[in-house]
Design a protein around this ligand. Structure first.
Ligand code: HEC
Length: 192
């Protein structure tokens, strides 16, 4: 089996075993969108976007190819149950909020830089948005979670570790790939 699909398949197996996305006991929170095996296969067969497709299209493709959607929902909207997880369900990837970009024009200003391939770190002398130091710090912490992963904290310390944890992606995604995913999520996941 090619490694391109081996990693997402391993995640799918975990999600299936846990029963998170598919087998909902009555009365539990339903995921925001059901993930069907058909949509999983369709996502993985999607060809990489060809030029002139930009960074946002590439980010969307990577989000599907790498299997992020299995845990975070097809558009990053979250809601997938995670047993004994402190937050019960995997949260939505509301990156604009996390990066303290509360105005649509601030989201656009940052997206514009990413689309032009500008490294946000290079902009400290000409900040594109107010309180850019805070935005930059938040951006770095999001990059860090994606690169290094994060264990899901337990709700009840005496019970087993939650089955779904944020994997590390630094061996699979380049810095530009991580920026593409961040750009996609900035444009896809709006405010609540
Ligand atoms: C096996 C399930 C799983 C997969 C696959 C997965 N994640 Fe996660 N992710 C999680 C969990 C669980 C958390 C929350 C961890 C925590 O509570 O700190 C998380 C957290 C995050 C966060 C931080 C969110 C926050 O609120 O701080 C980002 C960003 C993120 N994931 C992006 C991604 C991206 C991009 C991919 C694909 C390249 C991906 N994830 C794949 C389970 C997953």
């Amino acid at each position: 089996m090619s490694s391109r699909i081996a990693a997402p398949l391993a995640v799918l197996a975990t999600v299936l075993t846990v029963g998170g996305a598919f087998a909902q006991p009555p009365g539990t929170l339903a995921p925001a969108t059901q993930i069907s095996p058909q949509s999983v296969v369709r996502y993985w067969l999607e060809p990489a976007p060809a030029p002139p497709a930009g960074i946002v299209e590439r980010g969307k493709w990577l989000f599907r190819q790498k299997g992020c959607f299995l845990c975070h929902g097809p558009e990053g909207q979250g809601g997938i149950p995670n047993r004994n997880y402190i937050k019960d369900v995997i949260p939505r990837l509301a990156l604009a909020e996390q990066m303290k970009l509360f105005e649509p024009e601030d989201v656009s200003a940052i997206l514009e830089q990413l689309k032009r391939g500008v490294r946000l770190d290079s902009l400290t002398d000409s900040p594109p948005v107010p309180r850019f130091n805070v935005v930059l710090a938040q951006y770095h912490s999001i990059q860090d979670v994606i690169r290094k992963g994060n264990p899901a904290a337990k709700k009840d310390l005496k019970k087993p570790t939650p089955p779904l944890n944020m994997p590390r992606w630094d061996r699979e995604l380049s810095e530009a790939d991580v920026d593409a995913i961040i750009a996609y999520l900035l444009s896809a996941v709006g405010p609540i």
